[in-house]
Ligand binder design. Structure first.
Ligand code: GLA
Length: 640
């Protein structure tokens, strides 16, 4: 035996001897089961928050009278009873950070009720007392950096903070404990939105930084460029604010709304740092921008659930292309936010809103879909660039909400099938049209719906489940916690609609490019890259798609007896070399494991009793290296 042959012989026998031993039990590499539901809520929002915010209506031209004007309308029109209980002020309220004690001062020309003891002694307590007296909750706005968005983007506005450079530093940075104690302790606010312009928009070469108006900061976050973002630093700063709030409000009676526009890969950590987190840049009152913001949540169904919500930004219902002359568009926008379990935060001046707009915002049956207590986000059952069908499981037995959506300016047809609803095709499915407020003929098998330009039809469907026993896990995304997404290299999500870029008007820039990282995160009824689930040519309309390396926790609460799935490497996998072992745990105990699966091998059935497990964990463990992400499918993943 030559030296070379001897070496390879030795290597081969080592592999043969070692490999089965490693493969026979969960490997030390990759995710380990936590044995528990490890999601720990930040604040309290078992349902998507509802309310009103000043920004989309007034920008920084905000006044106490304007805020209370809309609050009064919310009360008088029944919108408050319908659930809109948070009244939130946005940017523009502050005068300065007082020297030398750093106490924040309110702009009393805009908020006269805050002048409790002359211009140097200002307090929002009368304002929050007033709102609380009306039965509302009150929300305030700040920035996680030293300076705010208005200071970066509205130079020259008379309502910007004033004074010395230090006095203009109105953001939380270096004042987290002091400011939050003031806002939540003394002033008694219930909600805070924490923006992040301070981390992104104060580079040393900015004219207002160069001239000394503001201090340079980082930048440590680049909106669309994770590689130029210090993600751990962003998380540390938001973590300080979260921890301070937890100390001030140990009962958790607050909402913390993170506003970093889908940057810094917030998708993967938002739920651990806030109650809601923005998934995209700012909405505006145009159809294209609304589509953009909707798309930024539409494929993140596994990331939201009771206590933690994807936030595609506040409603534009009542404004611009969603005003009283565009009620079809306004209904579509509202339908999409409702089925996506998005926060419903009104962003229009309600004192001028016509009844048609109030009626859309106040549609109780539509709101009930958004506020359903199971907290499942809608899942895409059909999608192309023009038409979508989204289905959201409701808590009532056999009930689902459905939105049929025409994204285009031309009429179209959408065929809804029982299969989209995961219901039986041979039994009648009761249908109710939520915008018409009327029952429709039951659906048997399938039906064609005609949609006008930009129309959304919103239905409630009640019928027998397509599964003889149990439920697909993809019907219950609110029970899934993405504990690890398996993403090794961050990539932007390319399937989000890219309208004209409002920040670079015209076409002089290079365009509006894919911006939000996290492409490759786990999905319900699709692969992480939005393809049909498929193992060795067999496709699955139901199931979970993840990357190898992902770990999902499923909240079982002892309610299920058995977990089953047909597992394998997905046909769309980037990496085709590595093996994958599928492991199912109940409360940390290994219940079942597949053989090592490889690309091209047919799916195998994995099934195990789950007993009284409170948490079922699904781990796809990569065995061996690969040059690309390994895409795996838990086909028909279901519980009985
Ligand atoms: C950012 C936020 C908006 C709003 C403005 C205020 O752009 O994303 O929602 O709060 O700042 O300046």
């Amino acid at each position: 035996m030559s030296n070379r042959t001897a070496a390879s012989f030795f290597l081969c026998s080592a592999l043969l001897l070692c490999a089965p031993a490693v493969w026979a039990k969960p490997g030390p590499q990759g995710p380990q089961p936590s044995g528990r539901w490890s999601y720990d809520p930040v604040g309290s929002a078992p349902l998507p928050p509802m309310g009103w915010n000043s920004w989309n209506a007034f920008g920084v031209d905000i006044t106490e009278a304007k805020v209370l004007g809309s609050a009064n309308v919310i009360r008088a029109t029944g919108l408050q009873e319908a659930g809109y209980v948070n009244i939130n002020i946005d940017d523009g309220w502050w005068r300065k950070r007082r020297s030398p004690d750093g106490r924040m001062q309110i702009r009393t020309n805009l908020f006269p009720g805050a002048a409790t003891g002359g211009p140097q002694e200002t307090s929002f307590r009368p304002f929050t007392d007033h709102l609380h007296g009306m039965g509302f909750k009150a929300g305030i706005y700040t920035d996680i950096g030293r300076n705010a968005c208005s200071q970066a983007w509205s130079p020259g506005n008379p309502n910007l903070p004033e004074g010395t450079q230090a006095e203009r530093e109105v953001g939380l940075h270096d004042h987290v404990a002091q400011d939050l104690a003031l806002y939540f302790g003394e002033w008694n606010f219930d909600t805070i939105k924490i923006d992040s312009c301070g981390l992104a928009h104060y580079p040393a070469d900015k004219p207002t930084v160069r001239n000394g108006t503001y201090r340079a900061f980082g930048p440590i976050m680049a909106d669309a460029v994770p590689n130029r973002t210090d993600i751990p630093a962003v998380k540390t700063l938001y973590g300080e604010a979260r921890d301070a709030l937890r100390r001030i409000r140990p009962k958790g009676d607050y909402i913390l709304s993170l506003c970093n526009w889908g940057a810094a890969n917030v998708r993967s950590w938002g739920a651990d740092y806030g109650t809601t987190w923005r998934t995209s840049n700012d909405i505006d009152a145009t159809w294209g921008r609304m589509l953009h913001n909707f798309d930024s949540v539409a494929t993140r169904e596994l990331y939201a659930g009771p206590g933690h919500w994807n936030d595609p930004d506040m409603l534009e219902v009542g404004n611009g292309e969603f005003d009283a002359a565009h009620l079809t568009e306004a209904r579509a926008h509202m339908s999409l936010w409702a089925i996506a379990s998005a926060p419903l935060i009104i962003g229009t001046d309600l004192t001028r809103a016509p009844q048609g707009i109030i009626d859309i915002l106040g549609n109780r049956e539509v709101i009930a879909v958004n506020q359903d207590r199971a907290g499942h986000q809608g899942v895409l059952a059909y999608g192309d660039s023009e038409r979508e069908i989204m289905v959201k499981t409701l808590s009532e037995t056999g009930a689902k909400a459905v939105v049929l959506f025409n994204r285009t300016a031309a009429p179209t047809d959408i065929t809804l099938t029982a299969q989209h609803l995961k219901m039986r095709g041979d039994a009648p499915i009761a249908l109710r049209d939520l915008w018409a407020g009327a029952d429709r003929d039951p659906l048997l098998g399938q039906r064609v719906f005609h949609l006008g330009p930009h129309e959304a039809i919103m239905l409630k469907a009640v019928g027998p489940s397509g599964l003889a026993k149990g439920r697909y896990i993809s019907e219950m995304p609110g029970r899934v916690h993405v504990a690890a997404d398996g993403i090794a290299v961050l990539e932007p999500d390319p399937i989000i609609h890219r309208p004209a870029d409002p920040y670079h008007p015209g076409t002089t820039s290079t365009g509006n490019r894919p911006a939000y990282a996290g492409w490759g995160g786990p999905r319900a009824d699709a692969t992480p890259y939005d393809q049909t689930l498929s193992i060795a040519g067999a496709t699955f309309r139901s199931g979970l798609g993840t990357l190898a390396g992902a770990r999902l926790e499923v909240k079982a609460d002892g309610q299920f007896q058995r977990f089953s799935a047909r597992v394998g490497v997905d046909d769309s996998t980037r990496g085709r070399r590595a093996g994958v072992r599928f492991e199912v745990y109940g409360d940390g105990r290994l219940l079942a494991a597949s053989p090592v699966m490889r690309f091209g091998a047919p799916a195998v059935e994995l099934s195990a009793p789950t007993g009284s497990a409170r948490v079922i964990e699904l781990i796809a463990r990569q065995i061996g290296p690969d040059i690309g992400n390994v895409v795996v499918t838990w086909g028909d993943a279901r519980v009985e």
